[in-house]
Design a protein around this ligand. Structure first.
Ligand code: SAH
Ligand code: MG
Length: 212
């Protein structure tokens, strides 16, 4: 069995429970406009981690059109999601979709570059989802993990980058520097004394780190 077959199986076997039309509409939008939203099994995994943790203060870096933000808000009955997005088109689309969601009151979208808008954050968080520009993951973790409570969970998406973090030379030439950067991020995170980290081959690969 190849990894692709395994992934196709996982996608197919996870049932679409509790899912409204909206998320499916967003999936179609993402496919059509090439927006890199989390995979279905990654969505389930995020929801399970949020439920296990009982997380109610969730911080996200990289909203795109709001798919993972709504997914995470749905996992926590009264939790709030604070999320950053800098791309104007995506901000506009995210606002349109959020408006249609029952979770809209619980999601705060902060517009602009996350590094520049960090002063908008208030208090600390028990869950941090890092899914912004992959080449800056070390800087994202260093800058935003101080806002994560001790014992809080951090999840980083796309850490396997289609398998190219394992074999950067298999990536298209222009993506090889990024694949190498992401591979060194993984090593950096796995050895980081402040985090207890495991990497899971779910979706495009997700790192789960507990802040010590
Ligand atoms: N989490 C989303 C997908 C995010 S795609 C989901 O799964 O549904 C990554 C997004 O991060 C892009 O839309 C990009 O514009 C945004 N981004 C990248 N770097 C950023 C930064 N420094 N500040 C704010 N947004 C950023
Ligand atoms: Mg992602």
């Amino acid at each position: 069995m190849t990894t692709d077959q395994l992934q196709a199986y996982l996608r197919e076997v996870h049932p679409r429970i509790n899912e409204d039309e909206l998320l499916q509409e967003m999936e179609r939008h993402a496919t059509e406009h090439h927006v890199p939203i989390i995979d279905l099994e990654s969505a389930r995994f995020l929801q399970q981690l949020i439920a296990l943790k009982g997380a109610t203060r969730i911080l996200e870096l990289g909203t795109a059109i709001g798919y993972s933000a709504i997914t995470m808000a749905l996992a926590s009955a009264d939790g709030t999601v604070t999320t950053f997005e800098r791309d104007e088109t995506r901000i506009r689309d995210a606002r349109t979709f959020l408006q249609k969601s029952a979770t809209k009151e619980r999601i705060e979208l902060i517009e602009g570059d996350a590094f520049e808008r960090i002063e908008q954050l208030q208090g600390s968080y028990d869950f941090l989802f890092v899914d912004a520009s992959k080449g800056h993951n070390i800087r994202f973790v260093e800058t935003f993990s101080p806002y994560l409570k001790r014992g809080g969970l951090m999840v980083v998406d796309n850490v396997l980058f289609k398998g190219w973090t394992y074999e950067p030379s298999e990536a298209p030439k222009r993506l090889q520097p990024l694949a190498k950067k992401m591979a060194s991020f993984n090593k950096w995170l796995l050895l980081h004394p402040q985090f207890q980290t495991t990497i899971h081959p779910i979706g495009d690969g997700m790192a789960v780190a507990i802040k010590q």
